[in-house]
Unconditional design. Sequence first.
Length: 133
Amino acid sequence: MLPSAAPLWTIAARCLELYSRIPCASLLSFGAPYTLLIKKKELFKPSYFLRHHTMTALLLSMLQYTLSMIYLKGVSASVTGTAHETIVLSLFITAQTLLLSSMFSALSAKYAWVPVVTEAVTMHIGEKPSDSY
C-alpha cells in the first residue's frame, strides 16, 4: 500500500464501518437519490443530464444485484469446473464493462448508452428536453 494513501484507506474503512452499522443502509442509498433526483425533481431542480445518469446508475446496480442473486441461488450449486469459472468471469466482465462505460460517458459529459437500460431510463424520466445539451 502506498504510504500517501493510508489516510484515504482509514477514511474509507470508517465509512464502510458506519455503512454496515446503519440498518437498511442499502435501501437508503437507493431511495434517497431516487426520491430526491428522480421523483421529487421540484426540490433540487436537477438537470436532465444528472437525472439520466442517476437513473442509469440505479438501474445498473439493480441489474448487478439481480445477476448476483441468480448466480448465488441458482448457478453456483449446480455448475462446477470450467463452466462455473466461465459463467462467473462472463458475469463479472459484463457488469464491470457496463459500469466503466457509463462512468466514462458521464465524466466526458456524454449520455451513457446501454441498450436496454437507456431505454428504461428514457421511459422512466422522459425524453431529453430540447434546451438541454
